[in-house]
Design a protein around this ligand. Structure first.
Ligand code: HXC
Length: 540
């Protein structure tokens, strides 16, 4: 056959010449589909979600991203399930929006689950979308934000749903420490929708509308007979104050999203990108605000003070973003800026348990230190710790294992570390709170620092038990007083440690802001390499 015949045959195979929609009709077809996604479906979602005090999945995306920058992927994906009559309704998007855009000018990927479509549950198509955006974020190296509002594994799709959750869990684990992963839990998140955020770095909930549990109240009632409510079981209060599952509770969806946008400004885009930095005009001389540090430590050891007053005066003014504020309140963790560059702050809080480290504080601090270290965010540690919390219950609950986490995390960290001992640093507390021995780079102390194995009273009674027992009863008080005074002279100060170089300098409190800034500046290009290994085996 000649060329013209072949060309006619090819067109015939492609059906050319048969009746077909016009180009204009095809373009209109796309508009129609788009209208179904963002028009009809969105109107339905608005009605349902607003009635519950929640925003829709699309409204949340709009709030998260800089206007007009969000690019949606997979909007036309639909499930292909025929069981349970599901083929009667195959909504576009399958209940989750995925895509990427800019947040304060920086690239971010996100997924936003739509509870109004099959309860935001994860089926095959839904899971494929989640995994696609997770992979995309890892490939391009940008943070991924999960807006979760889901009943968990889609019951109609059985093991396929479970498999998708496990696939997602694997991707989250592999991206951990490579890109920041932040989860918002903005509805009743059950099963996998509660587990998978736990693999991410930071989890945020909204008051009133967010819940998180492995099994809901009805299943619990059926299986164990326990009667409980959504709020009691997995509301923001229990998750932020009792279990410590979440890092921040916001008033509503809008504030939760705003908080996450704020948090992103402290974080690098990925573990190789370097930290963000902002213009900040730090005062180059000691200011009146610096001088306020000179009077914060009370004269009496029995008086407490709020550690936040110190933090606020050392980092850039107004820059402290605290996480897990309601959990393990004896240890403060949060992000700040020093001269416009991010820093992670870990500090004991004397207002709670005198700042002693218990199981929860150790777990909280260790995870925070790991997060900072993974992304090379320098760590500023402010120490006022009487030691680990003594007690039968703590021992039974495993303070040895859990308490080891904090020291292990510091010891395994290679990010710049600056530590300031402002008051007590006793026992194991001294060791684990960013001591020189664990690898901190610059260790400073105030003249008010007391560094010893135990406090004067306890020390004297252990070391001089016989001498005290043998003293005449009338004389005992004087003997104890003298021994305590001599113990104090030796240990209740920073100089015993400074003499050995365990502290690089003893400074006046008012000098702290400038000293910390200078230390962090000097450490900017710190590089430490450990011997090759698969990974460490930290106590979990
Ligand atoms: C399919 C679901 C669903 C699910 C909710 N829906 N969860 N559909 N699979 N998992 C549907 C409901 O049938 C309902 O559909 C709509 O979503 C809204 O749900 P409601 O129950 O009306 O909402 P609410 O009263 O607010 O209660 C929310 C809820 C409850 C507490 C989340 O829906 C619930 O308990 N769902 C089941 C949770 C669950 O057991 N999930 C599986 C977990 S196991 P209609 O058509 O009526 O509007 C898991 C394994 C992970 O996730 C494995 C990891 C490896």
């Amino acid at each position: 056959p000649d060329r013209a015949t072949l060309a006619r045959a090819a067109l015939a195979v492609a059906g050319v010449g048969e009746p077909a929609p016009t180009t204009a009709e095809r373009l209109a077809g796309l508009d129609e589909r788009r209208q179904e996604i963002s028009g009809k479906a969105e109107a339905r979602a608005v009605a349902k979600q607003h009635a519950k005090g929640k925003l829709t999945a699309r409204e949340r995306i709009d709030l998260l991203f800089d206007e007009g920058t969000f690019i949606e992927l997979d909007a036309f994906v639909r499930h292909r399930v025929t069981d349970f009559g599901m083929d009667r309704d195959r909504p576009y998007g399958d209940g989750v929006i995925i895509g990427h855009g800019l947040v304060n000018g920086r690239r971010v990927c996100a997924f936003s689950q739509d509870f109004t479509v099959l309860g935001g549950s994860m089926g095959e198509a839904f899971g494929a979308k989640m995994n696609k955006i997770q992979d995309f974020a890892t490939t391009i190296g940008c943070p991924v934000i999960g807006l979760n509002d889901s009943g968990g594994a889609r019951i109609q799709e059985g093991v396929v749903s479970l498999g998708q959750y496990a696939e997602l869990g694997r991707r989250i684990a592999r991206a951990s420490g490579v890109i920041p992963q932040i989860s918002l839990v903005l509805g009743p998140c059950a099963g996998g929708a509660a587990y998978t955020p736990q693999g991410t770095d930071i989890i945020v909930m909204a008051e009133e509308t967010s819940f998180m549990f492995v099994t809901g109240p009805e299943v619990i009632a059926a299986v164990t007979g326990e009667r409980t409510t959504l709020a009691e079981l997995g509301g923001p209060a229990v998750n932020s104050e009792v279990s410590g599952n979440v890092h921040h509770v916001a008033a509503d969806d809008k504030e939760a999203i705003a908080w996450v946008c704020d948090l992103l400004s402290y974080l690098p885009t990925n573990n190789m990108s370097g930290l963000p930095s902002y213009a900040y005009e730090a005062q180059p001389e000691i200011t009146d605000r610096d001088r306020e540090l000179d009077t914060i430590i009370p004269d009496s050891a029995t008086q407490a003070y709020d550690m936040r007053r110190i933090i606020d005066r050392v980092i850039d003014e107004g820059s402290f973003l605290e996480i897990q504020r309601g959990f393990a309140t004896n240890l403060i963790c949060g992000f700040g800026f020093v001269n416009g560059r991010p820093v992670g702050v870990v500090a004991n809080q004397p207002l709670m348990l005198s700042g002693a480290i218990d199981i929860d504080a150790s777990s909280k601090g260790a995870r925070f230190v790991r997060f900072c270290d993974a992304f090379d965010i320098p760590i500023l540690t402010v120490v006022d710790v009487p030691g680990y919390l003594p007690g039968v219950q703590q021992e039974r609950d495993g303070i040895i294992r859990h308490g080891a986490k904090l020291g292990f995390a510091y010891a395994d960290a290679t990010t710049p570390m600056v530590t300031v001992v402002v008051n007590k640093a006793y026992g194991g507390g001294y060791g684990v709170m960013g001591s020189k021995h664990l690898g901190a780079d610059i260790n400073l102390a105030w003249p008010t620092a007391e560094i010893a194995v135990v406090g004067a009273q306890a020390g004297v009674h252990v070391l001089h038990r016989r001498e005290i027992a043998e003293a005449e009863p009338a004389d005992r008080r004087r003997v104890i007083g003298e021994l305590t005074e001599s113990y104090r002279t030796k240990f209740s100060n920073p100089y015993f440690a400074a003499e050995r170089g365990y502290l690089d300098a003893v400074i006046q409190p008012r000098e702290t802001r400038l000293q910390v800034a200078a230390a962090l500046d000097a450490l900017r290009h710190k590089k430490v390499e450990f011997p090759a290994r698969k990974h460490c085996n930290m106590p979990l």
